[in-house]
Design a protein around this ligand. Structure first.
Ligand SMILES: [Zn+2]
Length: 277
């Protein structure tokens, strides 16, 4: 199930929780800080009073309105696959999903939470414990994402891209030496790609500060710049990947890399043990 669908499915329960269990929760859900800390929603709060949503931001919220504690609210629609574990974690923590209700979908939620926790504690091998396998795993994912699609990013494309942004950094707007930045970073959480539309000009300072952040997260509330980048992506037909299957395949590739390393470490350790004895 797509993350957007999943979120919408649980909205009535979440607002019921606000009404019946925790009277403060609605206020928290309307806060930027709480929404970013809880769901990693960086640009918009989880929900907002309909009357307080500015016209130019209306498209960032689903049109459906909920009546909660005497307030009419609409919910942010800016959800991506990467938000799923945080959303799932929230449901579990608040007791909104209970074990009895776990259907196949819910089980896969639980899996994605466990998976996420495991990532924080990667496996270590005895012989090569100082070398993080995570580096190799990330490189493979990066390599896969960089080779999707068929078009090339040519010198002319780069020229046109800089022209679109008036030869200024897409983040700070300054006229500095420009380098290519991936607006949506290339990693398995964000699933950015190395292709026209996702490559935008950035100065060196912004590029290093942005690091592995998504452009929306990095720009925060700078709606004008966010919209300019989104309009550019749209003009090049670039739609950031938001596909559960692709996410699962990248996850598999990520794990396969660790498995390959483990397999060879075991085999070579065994060989060396035989030689030693
Ligand atoms: Zn800059």
């Amino acid at each position: 199930m797509k993350i957007g669908q999943l979120v919408r499915q649980f909205l009535p329960k979440i607002f019921e929780y606000c009404e019946k269990v925790d009277a403060e929760e609605l206020n928290r859900l309307m806060s930027h800080t709480y929404s970013s800390g809880t769901f990693h929603l960086t640009a918009y709060p989880f929900c907002q009073e309909a009357s307080k949503i500015e016209t130019n931001q209306s498209c960032r919220y689903w049109t459906q309105e909920f009546d909660v504690q005497g307030k009419v609210v609409r919910v942010c629609n800016d959800w991506y696959v990467r938000h799923k574990p945080y959303f799932a974690q929230y449901l579990v923590t608040k007791g909104i999903v209970n074990k009895e209700e776990f259907s196949n979908e819910a089980l896969s939620i639980e899996e994605s939470v466990t998976k996420y926790k495991q990532e924080a504690n990667p496996r270590k091998s005895s012989r090569y414990k100082n070398i993080a396998i995570g580096n190799a795993q990330n490189l493979v994912v990066r390599n896969i994402l960089s080779n999707l699609g068929h078009e090339n990013f040519s010198e002319k494309d780069w020229g046109d891209t800089k022209k679109y942004f008036s030869h200024k950094c897409a983040y700070c707007g300054e006229e500095k030496k420009l380098e290519v930045d991936h607006a949506v970073p290339i990693n398995k959480q964000m699933m950015g790609e190395h292709r026209l539309g996702n490559l935008i000009p950035s100065c060196h300072e912004c590029n290093s500060k942005k690091a592995t952040k998504d452009f929306r997260e990095f720009l925060g509330t700078d709606e004008t710049k966010i919209q300019k980048i989104e309009a550019y992506m749209g003009s090049k037909g670039y739609e950031p990947l938001d596909d559960e299957h692709v996410a699962e395949l990248l996850e598999m590739a990520y794990r396969d890399v660790a498995d390959v390393a483990t397999r060879y470490i075991t085999i070579i350790n065994r060989l060396l043990d035989i030689k030693d004895s």
